[in-house]
Ligand binder design. Sequence first.
Ligand SMILES: Cc1ncc(COP(=O)(O)O)c(C=O)c1O
Length: 463
Amino acid sequence: MDLQFVLEGRRDLAGQIYRQIRAGVLDGRLHGGEPIPPTRELARWLSVSRNTVAAAYDRLVGEGFLVARVGAGTFVNADGVHRPTADTALRPRSCWTEPAVRPDEVPIEYDLRPGLPDPRLFPYQSWRRAVMRSLRVDSAGYGDPAGHLGLRTAIARHIAASRSIRAEPDDLVITHGAQQALDLIGRVLIEPGDVVAVEDPGYPPARRLFRSLGAQVVPVPVDGDGLVVSAIPSDTRVVYTTPSHQFPLGMPMSLARRVALVRWAAEQDAAVIEDDYDSEYRFGGRPIEPMFTLDRGGRVLFVGSFSSTLLPAIRLGFLITPDSLRAAFRAASSVTGRHPELPMQQALTGFIDDGLFARHIRRMRNQYQTRREYVREILQRDFGDWLAPVSASAGLHVAARLRRRTLPDTVVVERLAAAGVAMRPLSTLCAGNRRLSGLVIGYGAVGTDELEPAFARLRAILT
Ligand SMILES: Cc1ncc(COP(=O)(O)O)c(C=O)c1O
């Protein structure tokens, strides 16, 4: 046997031997049919007891990595263990061959990517208390696939106050963030080959998800009023939108467009997803009436997320379902994630019911408003020649078009990354032929004192 053993310390020697032989079999250093030294010989060689080696061999035989032949000895299993070669290795479907996110090659000093709240200002102490309270024997089993009733009730009350949405707790399904809400909607509504229209520029995780479910994803342009309803293909089954704060450009969808889209959906027998991902942060202007409340025909599926109001790591969100889809959503949820972690759902229930959620949002809204104004000031003062910010009054990011085409936005962002600053190039959020060039600048995760040095690095790259 051509295998080097490295045993460390005196603990779990059998486990160490087991793992090293197992690794040798799996990576092909030990071949099928190859003899393994007798226990006595290996024990002497490694200065361990024979029982130790025997225990490792027994486990490897039990799991099928080795076979013991009476009177002949122990061998690497020639049949059971198959090491894939490059030709026969399993391959993902083509929609999964691109990595999810590019790993950061250099450490990020200032993270100005969109969609990130400030983790340093999260009320960890009260959240920890809420989680501790909910880790109880009555939250130990499976829960309701539509989500914890207490949380559905608390969210229904919250969105009634914050978004003027009238929904019963039974209309809600609690999800692992907005992303799982989109996944459930796709599973419930989309047949392979169906057309799903998405905003362009738009939110790449939504596009990719619908494509992975077999949809034909069609980018539809947005203008100053939001999605261009007249450009939606007539055979579209589902339209994905971000009406209160278009991702990534930031302007709200005008009332006329929202009404037109709801009417279009009724005429075409289509569904509209209203992704309301960061509407809690609105800093002026009139409240944007959700499409959900304009809809009388049960065509709009409203999606909310706690990623920007709490933390992205908490992975909680919800969708509001029309009556006609309620049972289907429960069924789809019960065979996919089943439901988000019950203790987390209960913790959030307490957090909302005790007023801590509303207090946290109020506090963060003030912070983000200050940061937003600061960013607008810097852009106006120092970047007027290079960047044209898109006018918007909500959310945790601002988009700014590059005025000069001397450098592609991807190059600007690459150079910024090398200088320790992360932003998102606008062109990478475009899906159609129209490639907008610009920067999507998040201010959720950086304090005002960090904005000045971060923008100084951007200035050095652009000038
Ligand atoms: C357009 C959009 N939708 C939804 C989300 C939130 O997704 P999730 O709730 O899955 O974290 C984000 C976060 O950045 C977003 O930009």
